[in-house]
Design a protein around this ligand. Structure first.
Ligand SMILES: C[S@@+](CC[C@H](N)C(=O)[O-])C[C@H]1O[C@@H](n2cnc3c(N)ncnc32)[C@H](O)[C@@H]1O
Ligand SMILES: [Zn+2]
Length: 281
């Protein structure tokens, strides 16, 4: 996969493929980006930043890291891995990119579940806090992961260079997704379904609006499936789940506590869409 300079869009060379053997990524026009000591690269120039610390803050990232590493969303990653396994071969190499990867749980688990395949894993997030944790956790495990701070609205990735795109509860415009995907490349889009966390929603809102998560995209939809299960969580785990969702910010403390202290089990409902990039324009 080729990186692209976020300032001038020319090819960005990493230390492995450039003549420079230092820890800096450079483009032909000499724009330089240092590899941070945790192993990620910040490719979000200040002029593209709309706030000082965009994306999820440290406490949201930490809550998600603890919650996901406890395996609560394991059925989701198992379902994605098994669909993907049926579509890729062991004789080829693949570049898999997770847009808005957060602290990188899905990339780490895919790497473990698809160990017999030759896949390089990449992730971006606009939150530096998240990317730092993703790089740190992955690099203590393996070398075939690269993480960058960047917005999914302007990815520093060359066109048609990604085999598999993963999008888990994070934004990416379809134009950008289709630009970076190779011809015939796969795009896994995961969104919450109407019943997702209905027990929280019924305590938080008087009017629960049901919504159809599907958006019509000008791309081949080759598969779609539901991943539904229930979770029985301790109050502490419910607090983590609240902290990693938008409810954490919009709900009053009373309502949040009602969710955390209720003893009902929780409905988890996801929808997975699998798209395939067109083979030609
Ligand atoms: C709900 S979290 C999901 C994170 C991860 N995919 C997961 O499921 O664990 C949404 C993520 O999108 C990131 N995000 C929000 N806007 C973004 C943007 N414009 N570009 C890249 N990432 C963005 C947030 O920082 C956050 O990490
Ligand atoms: Zn440049």
């Amino acid at each position: 996969m080729m990186w692209q300079c976020p300032i001038c869009d020319s090819v960005l060379y990493t230390p492995n493929d450039s003549v420079h053997r230092d820890n800096t990524w450079r483009c032909q026009q000499s724009h330089c980006f240092d590899v941070a000591k945790q192993g990620y690269v910040n490719l979000l120039p200040v002029q593209f930043k709309h706030s000082l610390d965009p994306g999820d803050d440290k406490s949201m990232v930490k809550a998600r890291e603890v919650f996901l590493n406890n395996g609560h969303y394991e059925p989701l990653i198992q379902a994605i891995a098994s669909d993907l396994q049926g579509r890729i071969s062991q004789d080829k190499t693949y570049h898999l990119f997770d847009a808005g990867c957060g602290e990188g749980y899905y990339l780490r688990r895919l790497n473990q579940l698809l160990e017999s395949h030759d896949i390089t894993y990449y992730g971006n997030d606009i939150s530096k806090n998240a990317v730092l944790r993703a790089a740190k956790q992955a690099h203590s495990m393996t070398a075939n992961h690269q993480y960058i701070v960047a917005s999914s609205y302007h990815l520093p990735v060359s066109k048609h260079s990604v085999d598999v795109l993963l999008q888990v509860f994070a934004p990416i415009p379809s134009t950008e997704a289709l630009r970076i995907l190779k011809r015939g490349g796969l795009w896994y889009q995961i969104v919450p379904n109407t019943l997702h966390l209905q027990e929280f929603k019924s305590l938080l809102y008087t009017n629960i609006q049901s919504h159809d998560p599907h958006q019509e995209l000008d791309v081949n939809l080759i598969n779609e499936f539901d991943v539904n299960f229930t979770l029985s969580l301790s109050s502490e785990e419910k607090a983590h789940l609240m902290a990693m969702t938008p409810y954490a910010h919009s709900a009053t403390e009373d309502k949040r506590n009602a969710c955390i202290n209720s003893n009902s089990s929780l409905t988890i409902a996801f929808k997975v869409y699998v798209y395939q990039q067109f083979l030609m324009d």
